[in-house]
Design a protein around this ligand. Structure first.
Ligand SMILES: [Zn+2]
Length: 264
């Protein structure tokens, strides 16, 4: 079954420039809608900032060791799991040529339901301005995955859930490294997808790649489009990963994306 994306939601999200949303095309694939605005704060920004200071879950902030990441989760196990995913992403992000996030903490909150959810099967979203990531708890992600066809053709697992943490964190890391004014939406999805696929355990990744055995990598930059991403995010991720792995692409291509973006 193919979950088709409601156009009305797509159009609505395009007007939301502060949030990148990760929805499922067969859950829990990724679909971030909206763009990270580099614009500057007005009253709306203040409101977002104030919202960021409160926690939706009421969980106590947990500071990941040796990082600027703060996790809001109900249990220590969840807190440490997110921190471990973030820690494991460092090498992956370096492989992509991304620098570590500098000033300013990132808050990652685990929730049973994502706020502003409209019934779409979203697993995570990133509020760029407030440097805040919201992700379903693993249990909530498993429950949601029972309702929809599995993304990538694999069941939800700890390893897959971990990869979504990396996906979100890659969005946050890349966003502050784009050159001013470049179109970032599709480029950010490419980077997040490659980071997610790279961070997966080899076993899981091979399983997914086998499920897309007849899918090649993108052949040309012009194929990496917002429309392609929105129509089939898991396939976009696989094609981005295979494109990235070609010797002529890799970190060099990511660097090009950071400098020039993609025309979406
Ligand atoms: Zn994404």
């Amino acid at each position: 079954m193919f979950w088709s994306f409601p156009l009305s939601e797509y159009v609505r999200q395009q007007s939301v420039f502060t949030t990148s949303r990760h929805l499922g095309n067969s859950f829990p694939d990724s679909r971030f809608l909206g763009r990270w605005s580099r614009g500057f704060p007005g009253p709306a920004m203040v409101a977002v900032f104030l919202m960021a200071l409160s926690t939706l879950s009421g969980a106590e902030p947990f500071h990941c060791p040796d990082s600027r990441v703060v996790v809001l989760a109900e249990t220590r196990i969840d807190q440490e799991r997110v921190c471990a995913s973030v820690a494991s992403s460092k090498l992956v992000l370096e492989t992509l040529g991304l620098k570590q996030i500098g000033d300013g903490a990132i808050t990652i909150e685990l929730l049973q339901v994502l706020p502003e959810s409209d019934g779409s099967h979203a697993i995570g979203q990133c509020h760029y301005r407030s440097k805040r990531i919201e992700i379903l708890t693993y249990d909530a992600a498993v429950a949601a995955s029972m309702k929809y066809p599995a993304a990538f053709g694999v069941p939800m697992s700890k390893a897959l859930w971990d990869s979504y943490v990396v996906h979100e964190f890659a969005h946050a890391t890349a966003q502050v490294q784009f050159a001013p004014g470049v179109p970032t939406f599709t480029a950010s999805e490419y980077i997040a997808a490659v980071a997610q696929m790279t961070a997966m355990s080899p076993l899981l990744r091979e399983q997914i790649l086998a499920n897309y055995g007849d899918t090649t990598g993108f052949e040309r930059e012009s194929e990496v489009t917002e429309l392609f991403y929105c129509l089939d995010p898991p396939k976009f991720a696989v094609m981005a990963y295979r494109h990235f792995r070609k010797p002529e692409n890799g970190a060099r291509f990511v660097g090009r994306l950071l400098r020039h973006g993609l025309p979406n």
